[in-house]
Design a protein around this ligand. Structure first.
Ligand code: HEC
Length: 106
């Protein structure tokens, strides 16, 4: 009698452990996919996002977009000059921005 009670208790705890494990697994995979989504979003910025993030600390974006008709190479030169005075921009964002500015402000 006592033994079967112990067994029931044992089975109930195993079930609880299992449920806890599954819930933990599901919430872990949910949060990790949510993080992966956020990450890929932040690494693939659009040109106007880069402009707002990296080019508006010292002057307005209007200062940048007032320049018209520059080639991608000419924009790259300007961005390099801005880096030399302290602009913080990744290599990937630099490409995105130079292409965006050359294509948008003709
Ligand atoms: C650390 C401060 C700083 C940041 C960040 C910055 N700039 Fe500038 N920017 C300046 C200063 C100072 C000038 C004026 C002196 C000059 O033209 O070199 C300027 C001027 C400019 C001009 C006008 C240049 C001209 O020839 O008329 C452009 C275009 C420009 N910045 C683009 C950018 C872009 C694109 C970014 C983002 C990658 C950026 N700036 C980020 C400091 C900054």
């Amino acid at each position: 009698m006592l033994k079967s009670r112990m067994e029931k208790f044992y089975h109930a705890s195993v079930k609880l452990l299992f449920v806890g494990f599954v819930v933990g697994l599901v919430s872990f995979s949910l949060t990790s996919t949510a993080n992966a989504g956020g990450k890929s979003k932040s690494t693939a910025k659009t040109g106007d996002m880069v402009l707002a993030d990296s080019c508006t600390q010292c002057h307005s974006a209007g200062r940048v977009t007032a320049k018209k008709g520059l080639t991608v190479a000419a924009w790259n030169k300007i961005i390099v000059r801005m880096q030399s005075v302290g602009a913080n921009i990744s290599i990937e964002d630099k490409k995105t921005l130079a292409n965006y500015l050359a294509a948008t402000y003709k």
